[in-house]
Design a binder for this molecule. Sequence first.
Ligand SMILES: *[C@@H]1O[C@H](CO)[C@@H](O)[C@H](O)[C@H]1NC(C)=O
Ligand SMILES: *[C@@H]1O[C@H](CO)[C@@H](O)[C@H](O)[C@H]1NC(C)=O
Ligand SMILES: *[C@@H]1O[C@H](CO)[C@@H](O)[C@H](O)[C@H]1NC(C)=O
Length: 442
Amino acid sequence: MYTKQFLQASLLASVASALVSKDGVTGKLPALGWNSWNAFRCDINEEKFLTAGQKLIDLGLAKAGYNYVNIDDCWSIKSGRDNTTQRILPDLTKFPDGIDGTAKKIHDMGLKIGIYSDAGKTTCAGYPGSLYYEDIDAATWAEWGIDYLKYDNCDVPSEYWTGDEYHACHPDYNHPTGPNATCVNDPGLAPAGYDWSKSRTAERYTRMTTALLKQDRNILYSICNWGQAAIETYGANIGHSWRMTDDIFPVWSEVIHIINYNSFKLNYVDFWAHNDADMLEVGNGDLTPEETRSHFALWAAMKSPLLIGTSLDSISSDNLAILKNKYLLAFNQDDVNGAPAMPYKWGINPDWTYNDTHPAEFYSGASKAGTLVLMLNTLETEAEKAAVWSEIPQLSNGKCFQVTNVWTGEDLGCVSESYKAKVARHDTAVLLVSKSSSCDCK
Ligand SMILES: *[C@@H]1O[C@H](CO)[C@@H](O)[C@H](O)[C@H]1NC(C)=O
Ligand SMILES: *[C@@H]1O[C@H](CO)[C@@H](O)[C@H](O)[C@H]1NC(C)=O
Ligand SMILES: *[C@@H]1O[C@H](CO)[C@@H](O)[C@H](O)[C@H]1NC(C)=O
């Protein structure tokens, strides 16, 4: 269990200064878009990206803000770089016109394009990585018209482990049942006050920051080091978003684990600084409709990047409606309030309990439209949950508020003191709570 003292100490440890893009826009808000990995793994080609782009437009997702079409692993020639130019070579059987050709077609649709590489010798699927080739690769991507880089963490050479001995305590080993259960209560095993921005991991990722900044192009830098080396404490200095955990899988145990882990790290999130809870599994795997809603609602409320990870050819209308929820997207993309929704009460367990099946259930956050309130039901049965205004930081000095059901858009009227909802197993009730002159009972 994390203690409150630990949490507060870690919040004081480092106040990052943001990596502001030259255009003043790229990376300020969480990225919205589509990525190939969760749907297709290595089975990719240009056609799939053009289809995804066209579907983003046809399904109204682009209009809702989803504007990145991101290529994940497996786009290049596996055997190695060009021996003369040292460039990574696109696989022309998958991308006949090169990545620059695909980029042009995606740009012509009015969308942006992302690429993938790795801060190691090879990518996770064994394709050339970018460590030691940062300047060449950043320049190549800029020339191709790339707008976004996801930068993974596989195949790190041994020289980069030296001096980074604290790296071994990986956040996912905080799974109480996981292989490194001893890391529970011991976030990192580093000495108290260790400055992770001086770690070898930080150095590997900063090499690419430097290379990207040399380019005359705004490229969103999405760090993907799986939450290692306390990336959230200095990520904003060197990138725009950073993955918090290992890869997501479309099962509830993974979704709820990520919610639990991230719920302790939300103070690091603001404009230009986003904890990446990983790409969406809406439409994939074994998630029930209720679990899918909770997944999307918490990701949006925690201000994670929202990258659709399903094949858009076959998406159901229910899942499409979840992805297009205008209240959650407006909260995620609020240009006045950078902070995410945060837990104000745990519910099942005492406050500040680290628990992968029953994490914090009650969250709230400020937005232009009002206060977003989320009530997650982590139980295996339906439960009644109450949003009590006096318990919610943004609402505690009011008595009556106008309430909207975020899932249906239904106006629930002027509600005094608290709003009770029956919440199905693993579902989340989401409310937009606002002041209104016609709803005033002081
Ligand atoms: C580069 O040279 C090596 C060694 O001669 C060769 O095996 C490899 O195929 C070459 N790579 C490319 C992309 O031509
Ligand atoms: C933790 O996991 C890592 C990676 O699997 C392993 O190398 C290490 O020995 C483990 N530590 C403990 C204490 O089990
Ligand atoms: C998580 O919380 C539940 C509910 O309080 C409890 O039954 C369970 O034992 C906890 N899990 C762990 C690993 O502590």
